[in-house]
Design a binder for this molecule. Structure first.
Ligand code: AMP
Length: 221
């Protein structure tokens, strides 16, 4: 099963992609996570990408396309994958279609999580992340434990705010989404693959809707 998630940053792509990855036993591939790891490890890619990430700009298309092409060659991606945060521009989508054609793969569905700007701003500015395993919390509906022990990695950690989750950078990231990423909806609608899902519902409801869309795809495997 090959799936793509699109939607504003903070629309729930990561949460839902991670759930589906576990359910279907295929990897969640997040270009944002790959880039943040590269930044933390100060690799040449990380050094190049850091400024764009911190300011909410996009990393150049050729960089992320190369990253995805390499990642899809790995063994765990052969049975399928769930992309979270890629593609993000029309150029990335077109190049990705060429790569998929070359390797004989096919996107089953593009899930677009629909959430209002106002809600995104609230969600992202209250997001906190585990300093060890990057598990995501939210001060409003899923606060980090007072004990300081992460529920996911079980270590004593700090819970920090990503630099790009500050209010001004979130607003900028939404503008970047409007300009460069939203046109993907039309692109994939033209391919008959776009499925819009109301991402403002609670996590379980969104999950149910996504399973209803993706389960029939799994049966075709
Ligand atoms: P995310 O965690 O998906 O919101 O990504 C965090 C940041 O990584 C973005 O604001 C971009 O700077 C960069 N990034 C992630 N995915 C892409 C992509 N497909 N194309 C360009 N930049 C990306």
């Amino acid at each position: 099963m090959e799936l793509i998630f699109i939607g504003y940053p903070g629309s729930g792509k990561g949460t839902q992609a991670s759930y589906l990855a576990e359910k279907y036993g295929i990897p969640q591939i997040s270009t944002g996570d790959i880039l943040r790891k590269a930044v933390a490890e100060q690799t040449p890619l990380g050094i190049e990408a850091k400024k764009a990430i911190d300011t909410g700009e996009l990393v150049p298309d050729n960089v992320v396309i190369g990253m995805i092409e390499e990642r899809l060659k790995e063994k765990d991606a052969q049975a399928g994958f769930i992309l979270d945060g890629f593609p993000r521009t029309i150029k990335q989508a077109q190049e990705f279609d060429r790569i998929l054609y070359k390797i004989g793969r096919y996107i089953g569905a593009v899930l677009s999580l629909e959430v209002s700007k106002r809600r995104i701003l609230k969600r992202l500015t209250s997001r906190r992340v585990c300093s060890d395993c990057n598990h995501v919390y939210n001060l409003i509906y899923d606060p980090p434990p007072d004990s300081g022990v992460c529920v996911s990695c079980k270590k004593a950690v700090t819970f920090f705010q990503r630099k790009d989750d500050s209010e001004s950078t979130v607003k900028h990231r939404m503008d970047v989404y409007e300009e460069l990423t939203r046109p993907l909806k039309e692109y994939y609608d033209g391919q008959g693959k776009l499925c819009e899902v109301d991402g403002s519902l609670n996590i379980d409801k969104v999950r149910e809707k996504i399973i209803a869309i993706t389960s029939p795809l799994g049966k075709r495997l």
